[in-house]
Ligand binder design. Structure first.
Ligand code: GLN
Length: 489
């Protein structure tokens, strides 16, 4: 069961070969056994999950099941879910039980999916290693001395360890794709505006986008079908006709034009990753694709631009956490200002404070023009590079991350090194484009350390998710990297 695709699970449930309660219990037992080590979940609530599973079984018996009815899916703890503790990885929200459902959660509930639990994440989604969580670091199931990536590292680790059938993530600068790459799973960040951000705790609103994480592209298509769609409660949600993201999965890849940005294969890319990505491109040629070299000349500026814009937006979004209406309040204070100050000083972790300070600085009078405005201008140039590139190719491919999973603690003291983990993913968010990562091999094993997974990034033009999923699925039909499981898990 743990190796079945979502399609297979759905069929087994509809054929009553297994009940949703049985399936949910199987996952809950596995979580009880493996989560104490991996720390992939912040909250598991067996009673709540099993109640949803019973309701799903009734729906299955009544014959009005959807594709995802009865399937246990984990939710990143950034999504408000009614009655569930929703922490966003922060002490600030350590006791926040959401009174309402995020749009994404409501979509899964409507589909009859079972919420299996809330997954661990970097605090307020700020990080690339899952070490900034107030609830402790998540371990990579391929090697527990290593990070799973971040910020959706709990979801990625849970999928790789078969602690859920699939999960959700959010991606502001790479947080779906980078952990997917580091944990050997598949993840998709849709075009900005395709999935509603209502009830998704805001980090940097012009970049944040929710998306699915799973073992295969085929599973991602089913999940995105449930998640996507217009929502009037999010002013950036796009009003578009409903799409079936699985519609092109079976198409052959003859004539697909793949662009390889020369900047993505330059200095800073580890040999392990380069080899696996090059082998994947060779496989695509065999599948009928053609390859052209392209250039994204401004992409080298994406990390500095992002680290002006994302903190600026975060400093504004996080001002709501003041200890007054909800969240952490310092126990001792003298007056209102002291209460704000102490609550924020005690409730936020170091990385979040760093971002709030940078964001406040770049927005302040006298610095706004030099930093914020300048970054917005370069953001436009970065987006234009992609527009140029898509004149020559249908999809862009390259590495997702510059290296395989690094050791826990390895980059903790060096924020710039940590920020560089997203060097290939951030430009995609700045442009609002869809991007995904699929497993494409392993690094070399050495000194008794296992070879760690490598991710291939696929970037599409706006609203080209179906084509990207097609390209990923055809590759997954020809290879088996996506179905490998970590040893001993
Ligand atoms: N790692 C990046 C950051 O720390 C991206 C995070 C994200 O996509 N949520 O901001």
């Amino acid at each position: 069961m743990f190796e079945s695709s979502l399609q297979q699970l759905g069929s087994a449930l509809r054929a009553r070969q297994i009940s949703s309660v049985e399936l949910t219990q199987l996952y809950l037992d596995r979580i009880a056994k493996l989560n104490p080590e991996l720390n992939a979940y912040i909250t598991v609530s067996p009673e709540t999950s099993l109640a949803q599973a019973r309701a799903a079984d009734a729906r299955l018996a009544a014959g009005n099941a959807d594709a995802l009815t009865g399937i246990p899916i984990a939710q990143k703890d950034i999504f408000c879910a009614k009655g569930w503790l929703t922490t966003c990885g922060s002490k600030m929200l350590h006791d926040f039980v959401s009174p309402y459902d995020a749009h994404v959660i409501a979509r899964f509930n409507d589909a009859g999916a079972v919420n299996l639990g809330k997954t661990n994440m970097d605090e307020f989604a700020m990080g690339s290693s899952n070490e900034t969580s107030h609830y402790g670091p998540v371990k990579n199931p391929w090697d527990q001395a290593r990070v799973p990536g971040g910020s959706s590292g709990g979801s990625a680790s849970a999928i790789a360890a078969r602690l859920c059938a699939a999960a959700t993530g959010t991606d502001t600068g790479g947080s779906i794709r980078q952990p997917a790459a580091l944990c050997g799973i598949s993840g998709l960040k849709p075009t900005y505006g395709v999935v509603s951000r209502y009830g998704m705790i805001a980090f940097a609103s012009s970049l944040d986008q929710a998306g699915p994480m799973a073992r295969s592209a085929e599973d991602l298509a089913l999940l995105l079908n449930a998640m996507a769609g217009f929502d009037e409660r999010d002013s950036t949600s796009l009003q578009r006709d409903k799409e079936d993201y699985a519609r092109d999965l079976a198409k052959p890849l003859n004539g697909l034009r793949i662009g390889l940005p020369k900047e993505f294969f330059a200095e800073g890319l580890s040999g392990d990753v380069a080899h696996a990505v090059e082998a994947a491109i060779a496989e695509y040629r065999k599948l009928g694709a053609t390859v052209v070299e392209i250039s994204l000349p401004n992409s080298k500026l994406s990390v500095p631009v992002y680290y002006v814009l994302a903190p600026a937006e975060a400093s504004s979004n996080l001002s709501r956490f003041d200890g007054v209406r909800y969240g952490y309040r310092a126990p001792d204070y003298t007056d209102l200002a002291d209460m704000y100050e102490k609550s924020r000083a005690q409730g936020f972790g170091a990385e979040v404070k760093r971002r709030i300070m940078i964001g406040t600085y770049v927005l302040s009078h006298g610095y706004y023009d030099a930093y914020y405005l300048q970054a917005q201008k370069i953001r436009r140039l970065i987006a234009q590079d992609f527009t140029e590139a898509f004149r020559q190719c249908d999809v862009i491919m390259g590495p997702t991350a510059p290296s395989t999973a690094f050791k826990l603690g390895e980059k903790g003291d060096d924020p710039v090194q940590m920020y560089l983990s997203d060097i290939y993913t951030i430009a995609v968010n700045l442009a609002g484009l869809p991007g995904m990562s699929i497993p494409c091999g392993f690094g070399a094993a050495n000194n008794g350390n296992p070879g760690m997974p490598v991710g291939l990034q696929i970037i599409g033009n706006y609203f080209d998710e179906a084509r990207m999923l097609n390209a990923a699925h055809q590759y997954q039909l020809a290879t088996d990297w996506h179905s490998r499981a970590p040893n001993g898990i």
